[in-house]
Structure formats: structure tokens, C-alpha cells
Design a binder for this molecule. Structure first.
Ligand code: NAD
Length: 340
């Protein structure tokens, strides 16, 4: 790290890449040295728009020409493996967007490569950095709700009725966030059961497979804890999409809609404590602000030489749980989750 700054190179100049790149530009300890996209026009336009000194049409060229500590990979979700592997092999720390991969063998190779090379592989589960969840975590870690008894989550928004990425794509694309949050608060998940439906199969596009757009999933943890997840693409983006409730021996924490509100209800007190975002803080009011918060935490971790969390291993474990959910539905039984 020269000048004490973390040098970052960014791969992928789509809409989400833009959010990541803004995050690095806002951090005084980071320097965004280059952007890269196989669509050269997009890379050039992004570099000009954000005032980034260099742009490249290939990762190979960028790695050959630029000194950087971290590569930020924000390609489409079926295209994470090759860019991430290429950057890890070059000895760079890497953050990948979620899901880590669509195939578990790829995710395993990515995690193993980072460990072999001795660099960090992080993942963008940005909800962990959203103010509502951060507040919930503070109460949780302070023991405000005591011993955890159960978790109940809903993550439901608009989404496609069909896709070429398989009939379980909802789990990989969106619900990987919910699975991560259920692990983050509840601990290790050891077994799952699932029910699934395709209520909009009549809307499937020609040549595409109708996907399961609503799922009811139950989880069992290694401790005496259970959880449920209502996972769906059958609602919309207008109404609250997300709610997490954690019940414990001393009270309950509820997070509404990622950043709308977090509430602590103690059993020995009818007065509730509530977090609400400030109307003067953009990053607290909009989901898009959560990306910069995640990048800030990543830069801080790397500058302090701390292993960044959530990591590639968290991404891999979320995929193992995802595959167990699919197997449970296909085989109509509880399925155990592989844990290292
Ligand atoms: N964390 C979240 O809340 C959240 C929200 C939405 C999307 N995402 C994730 O963000 C990722 C990207 O989404 P997007 O909408 O920006 O995608 P996008 O397809 O619009 O942009 C990806 C860009 O990567 C480029 N690209 C592909 N392969 C490349 C390569 N090998 N080298 C260089 N550039 C390459 C493409 O040309 C494209 O411009 C996906 O994984 C998606 O699941 C995360």
C-alpha cells in the first residue's frame, strides 16, 4: 500500500459497479486507479464521468499495467468466476458481488484460490452495512434480547416469472441476502426444508423456464434455534419488501425494509426503542447508499489488515444452503447442509 492509501481497480461498469466505484471515491483512504469493462466504450465513459485516471477493456491488460491492492468485481452473476480467479491469481485482494457464483464448484475454487495465494476474498452482502441492520446488530451483540429463540424473515419484491438461469434463480439472485442475514444473526444453519410455487408460470417468456417465484423455507440451526423465510418475486417494489424478526429470551428485534426502521422490544418494558434514518443523510434513506457503506467497511478492514467480513466463505456457505433448499424441495425431505 503506497502513500497509506488502498489502491483499487474496478471491473464492470454497469449500474451496480457505479455504486461501488462511488463508494471508493468517497473514502479518503482509497484511491480508484482504474476501471475496466469488456465493453470499452462503457469503461471509457465511466472513467470520464468519475474522473478515474485509467480505463481498460480487459482485466489482463489492467493487471499488467496497474499497481493495485484490491480488485472490485461487479460483473453479471453468472460471470463472477473467471474475473475473480484471474485477479486472485495475480495476488490481489478481491471483492465479488453476490452470489459468489451460480455453481458451487466455482465458489469452492474461488475460496480455495484466495487461501492458496494468501489474499482476502470478500463478498458484497451489502445489507449487513445498512443502518437498520447495523443498529439491530448493536442491540443483538449487547445482549438486549438474550438467548436467541427463533428468526422470521420475509424478502419479497418484484421479479421475473421466467429466466434462462434456472427455475431456482430467485434463491441465487435475491434470497442469498436473506440466507446470509439468517446466518449472521442466527449462527450456522445445519438443515433446511422447502415448499415452492410458480403462481405466474403463465407469464413465462417463450424459450425460458418458468421459475419458482414464491417459496416457504424453514431452517434448523446447530443451536436450539429455528427460522422461517418467505422468499418471493411475486410482490412489487412499492410496498415494504423486507422484514426480519429475531426473538430472544429477553425481547425482540425487528428490522423493517432494510433501512426504514429497527425496533427493540424488551419483555420487561412496554416502552419500545426505535431507530429511524435521518432525512439529512442520503446514505441512510436509500438502498443505493448501502453499497458505499459496504465499500467503506471493506477499505477500513484492508487498511487495518483485518480479514474483511462477510467473506468468500460466507458466500460459499450461502450457496451450500441454497443447494440444500433446492434438494429439499426436489426430494420432499429435510436436507442437511454441508459445513466445513
Ligand atoms: N448487492 C446488491 O444489493 C445487488 C443489487 C443488484 C445487483 N447486484 C449484483 O451486481 C452484479 C452486477 O449487476 P449489474 O446490474 O451492474 O450488471 P451489468 O450486466 O449491468 O454490468 C456488468 C458489467 O460487467 C461487464 N463485464 C462482464 N464481464 C466482464 C469481464 N470479464 N471483464 C470486464 N468487464 C466485464 C459487462 O460488460 C457489464 O458492463 C450482479 O452480480 C448482480 O447480482 C447486487
Amino acid at each position: 500500500m503506497k502513500d497509506g492509501k488502498l489502491k483499487v481497480a474496478a471491473v464492470g461498469c454497469g449500474g451496480i459497479g457505479y455504486r461501488h466505484q462511488q463508494g471508493y471515491l468517497q473514502h479518503p483512504g482509497a484511491e480508484l486507479v482504474a476501471v475496466c469493462d469488456i465493453d470499452a466504450a462503457k469503461a471509457k465513459a465511466r472513467a470520464e464521468e468519475l474522473g478515474v485516471p485509467k480505463w481498460y477493456p480487459s482485466i489482463r491488460e489492467m493487471l499488467a499495467c496497474e499497481e493495485c491492492d484490491l480488485v472490485d468485481v461487479v460483473t453479471a452473476d453468472h460471470l463472477h468466476f473467471e474475473p475473480v480467479m484471474e485477479c486472485l491469481e495475480a495476488g490481489k485482494h478481491v471483492i465479488s458481488e453476490k452470489p459468489l457464483a451460480l455453481r458451487i464448484e466455482e465458489a469452492e475454487k474461488m475460496v480455495a484460490k484466495a487461501e492458496e495465494v494468501g489474499v482476502h476474498l470478500a463478498i458484497d452482502y451489502n445489507r449487513r452495512f445498512a443502518p437498520g441492520y447495523v443498529q439491530a446488530r448493536k442491540w443483538f451483540d449487547a445482549g438486549e434480547i438474550g438467548q436467541t429463540y427463533y428468526l422470521d424473515m420475509k424478502l419479497s419484491q418484484g421479479g421475473p416469472a421466467s429466466t434462462w438461469k434456472g427455475e431456482y434463480y430467485l434463491l441465487y439472485e435475491l434470497e442469498t441476502h436473506a440466507i446470509d442475514l439468517l446466518r449472521w444473526f442466527g449462527g450456522e444453519i445445519v438443515a433446511v426444508c422447502a415448499e415452492m410455487a410458480k403462481p405466474r408460470k403463465h407469464e413465462a417468456r417463450n424459450g425460458e423456464e418458468a421459475c419458482y417465484t414464491s417459496m416457504a423455507i424453514s431452517f434448523r440451526y446447530e443451536t436450539e434455534v429455528v427460522a422461517t423465510l418467505l422468499a418471493s418475486w411475486d410482490s412489487d417494489f412499492i410496498h415494504p419488501i423486507e422484514r426480519l424478526e429475531i426473538c430472544g429470551s429477553r425481547g425482540e428485534i425487528v428490522v423493517d425494509n432494510v433501512l426504514t426502521r429497527a425496533t427493540l422490544m424488551r419483555r420487561d418494558n412496554q416502552v419500545v426503542e426505535e431507530y429511524r434514518p435521518s432525512i439529512f443523510r442520503d446514505e441512510q434513506l436509500a438502498f443505493n447508499g448501502t453499497f458505499a457503506l459496504r465499500m467503506t467497511a471493506l477499505v477500513d478492514d484492508l487498511l487495518a489488515d483485518c480479514p474483511p467480513e462477510p467473506s468468500g466463505r460466507d458466500g460459499l456457505q450461502a450457496l451450500r444452503i441454497t443447494e440444500a433448499i433446492v434438494a429439499s424441495w426436489q426430494e420432499k425431505r429435510e436436507v442437511k447442509v454441508r459445513i466445513d
